[in-house]
Design a binder for this molecule. Structure first.
Ligand code: ACO
Length: 338
């Protein structure tokens, strides 16, 4: 008997061309290239120009993913972001329309930096249930629109970017088939990562900075390593894999030290741990598919490799999933031939 599964059939990503280097930040903030590299592993990040919105990046990434999957139509669009174009409506319908996808269902999923795994859970669920045969899942972030440019503890970390995957109905066992997706959330600690104002709880800022992204970095660091290693083990167990089976770890790119500690926790040698944080920074929910696209483009991911995905972020929310790499073709996210 063949078991219906959700299969990754295409990947695409896009990074805006403008760069902010550590030297640029050190010119206007009390920080240094040395501190940023040592504490985060980041050397530069891409930023969208003023007026460029999450949907603009999403359309670029989405169109690359559709090309990678060699399709022009999908049955639904799921979009993840912490920086929607507007508080309402959702950004997904705008992206679907601009990609020429007609009037298919299109909606946003909100889970901060774990958005891609939550989006994968939803999108693969509707595929596996037989509701749809093909979904475009886009993760897009313009963190430069919510980060306080004068807050050195966050301004040095985030970058802008978008990435997308096409998911299709297939069978368990074929390359690209997703294993069980494990998720968790802890709202008790939700204040550790937040924008306090602008929602229904606090409509306007009461203190300077209330309208900006805030993070208790040091505390979050400890939660991140613990939660991602726990949920990774759950996803491995659910897939029937051992740590030794993992050929590529693609973790949310929040901090090179977190990624290194996670690799050590899971017993993975550094050559199995992929990263692009040095050149892209933390791109929120886009970071996992962005790294997938980049690694597919530069040959660090090859057909049949066993891949573990894991993320952690605001919510708090976390997740992990497994797949075997399908060998799809992708452009490098910072290549702009069009
Ligand atoms: N340059 C120089 N010094 C700095 C900077 C900076 N850019 N930022 C902070 N410092 C200082 C602090 O003021 C502090 O100084 P003090 O000792 O005099 O008080 C010192 O450096 C140490 O500060 P910490 O916050 O303890 O620095 P840490 O090593 O923890 O690094 C960082 C901060 C990079 C934020 C780290 O904690 C981190 O990566 N946290 C986790 C991020 C994460 O995983 N987030 C979840 C996903 S993101 C999301 O969901 C949107």
């Amino acid at each position: 008997m063949t078991v219906r599964a959700c299969v990754l059939a295409g990947v695409g990503a896009w990074l805006p061309p403008d760069l902010v280097t550590n030297a640029d930040l050190a010119d206007r903030l009390d920080t240094s290239d040395d501190w940023i590299r040592r504490r985060t592993g980041i050397r530069q990040r891409h930023v969208a120009s003023i007026g460029v919105a999450a949907s603009d990046l999403a359309v670029k990434a989405g169109s690359r993913a559709l090309r990678s999957a060699e399709v022009s139509q999908v049955d639904a669009v799921v979009l993840t972001t912490s920086t929607p174009d507007r508080p309402l409506p959702a950004t997904a319908p705008v992206v679907a329309a601009r990609l020429g996808l007609g009037t298919v269902p299109a909606f946003d999923v909100s889970a901060v930096c774990s958005g891609f795994l939550y989006g994968l859970f939803v999108a693969s669920g509707i595929v596996a249930a037989g509701n749809v045969d093909r979904v475009l899942l886009v993760a897009t972030e313009v963190y430069s629109s919510i980060v306080d440019p004068l807050d050195r503890s966050t301004a040095v970390i985030f970058g802008d970017g978008a990435a997308a995957v096409v998911l299709r109905a297939g069978t368990a066992g074929e390359h690209g088939a997703l294993g069980p997706i494990m998720l968790g959330a802890d709202g008790e600690s939700g204040d550790l990562i937040q924008i306090p104002a602008g929602g229904s709880r606090q409509r306007t800022p009461k203190a300077p900075g209330d309208g900006y992204f805030q993070m208790a970095g040091n505390e979050v660091f400890r939660h991140a390593v613990l939660r991602m290693s726990e949920v990774s083990r759950q996803a491995l167990a659910a897939a029937g894999w051992q740590s030794a089976d993992v050929e590529r770890l693609v973790a949310h790119q929040a901090n090179a030290r977190i990624i290194g500690a996670l690799g050590d926790e899971l017993g993975l040698s550094p050559d199995r741990v992929l990263s692009n944080i040095e050149t892209a920074g933390n791109t929120g929910s886009a970071s996992i598919p962005l790294l997938l696209a980049q690694a597919a483009a530069d040959g660090r991911l090859t057909t049949g490799q066993r891949v573990l995905l894991t993320a952690f972020g605001g919510g708090l929310a976390w997740g992990a999933a497994t797949l075997t790499w399908p060998g799809v073709v992708a452009l490098h996210p910072s290549e702009h031939p069009e």
